[in-house]
Write a protein that binds this ligand. Structure first.
Ligand code: CDV
Length: 312
């Protein structure tokens, strides 16, 4: 019997600062209804999918910063999304800024959740690779203050069993790091879900701007192939508060091939039937990890953080 999940990659167009949570949730529900009409079991939304990408601004007023965070999930504002998903029996991945009080301390993470087809939060991930900087850098066309507004995630790259699949999650910049996929590959992941907000312009390296889409595809296709897993990468795209975010939301097979891809920089659903057993031939041959990996020779990966050149 084939194990197929029909997956919808629900790309979002821009969210402006003046857009209310209610208006954004309505867009998410519209995309979810489209996915239901196409027979989807699972819908993937972007990173920080409820607000504009606020780390582009230097802010010092903590109340202003916290206005972009969610204190509960579901909340009154996000309940319609959970209700629609449950009504249709669809699971979903959602990225948002999470504020939690743990042991009396306020903690803030760039988070994603996986909600299963019965409406239960079956998985949670807190972004580990936080890009950007922690201090105000006025020379930039816009800021990228994830290192200021979020803590490094504390949940690792876990893989969990839900909806008949070995599911994993990561967020945006995580997709550029082979370690992200490999840690999940070592837990026999079958589908990696990820959302992203990627400005086309990279202030510290503007010569990369023209390669933004290429690098996006390169890292997701490489991660899928080398770990024989489906990868579903979903953008928030378009011009948001004057800053262009790339699109290119993609559903990528364990072969590394792109099966479906968004064409616009707007709200757009792309759908693919994903056979969860498609990775098996790779996992039994080229990427039989137990048979071919040589971890003794990879120690440096966990023992050393940055590159150290050889001595003369
Ligand atoms: N939201 C992100 O993590 N964005 C980064 C940008 C800053 C490079 C990314 O890797 O797409």
């Amino acid at each position: 019997m084939t194990r197929v999940l029909t997956v919808g990659a629900a790309q979002l167009g821009p969210i402006q600062r003046s857009d209310t949570r209610a208006a954004v949730v309505k867009r998410l529900v519209d995309l979810l209804e489209q996915a239901a009409a196409h027979g989807c079991n699972l819908v993937v939304f972007p990173e920080l999918a409820l607000t504009t990408f606020f780390p582009r601004w230097w802010m010092t007023d903590q109340d202003e910063i916290d206005s972009f965070f969610e204190r509960e999930m579901p909340s009154r504002e996000t309940a319609p999304l959970f209700e629609a998903a449950q009504r249709h029996g669809i699971g979903f991945y959602l990225g948002f800024a999470e504020l939690v009080v743990e042991a009396g301390s306020v903690r803030r993470f760039n988070t994603s959740i996986f909600v299963d087809a019965r409406g239960r939060i079956a998985g949670r991930y807190r972004k580990i690779h936080l890009p950007g900087h922690a201090e105000h850098e006025p020379w930039r066309a816009f800021q990228h203050l994830e290192k200021r507004y979020f803590e490094v995630g504390d949940l690792g790259f876990g893989v969990f069993r839900s909806m008949g699949a070995n599911m994993g999650m990561c967020i945006c910049n995580d997709r550029r790091w082979p370690e992200t996929y490999r840690v999940m590959g070592l837990q026999d992941v079958e589908m990696v879900l990820l959302g992203y907000n990627t400005p086309r312009h990279n202030p510290p390296a503007p010569d990369h701007d023209r390669l933004s889409e290429f690098h996006n595809q390169l890292c997701m296709q490489g991660g899928a192939y080398a770990n024989a897993t489906w990868v579903v990468g979903v953008a928030k795209a378009g011009v948001e508060e004057g800053c262009e975010l790339i699109g290119g939301s993609s559903i990528i097979a364990p072969s590394g091939q792109i099966v479906a891809q968004a064409l616009t920089q707007d709200d757009e659903l792309v759908v693919a039937r994903c056979d969860l057993d498609m990775g098996l031939s790779y996992k039994r041959s080229t990427f039989n990890l137990a048979r071919h990996r040589e971890p003794e020779h990879y120690r440096m990966i966990v023992e050393r953080r940055g590159a150290v050149p050889p001595k003369d």
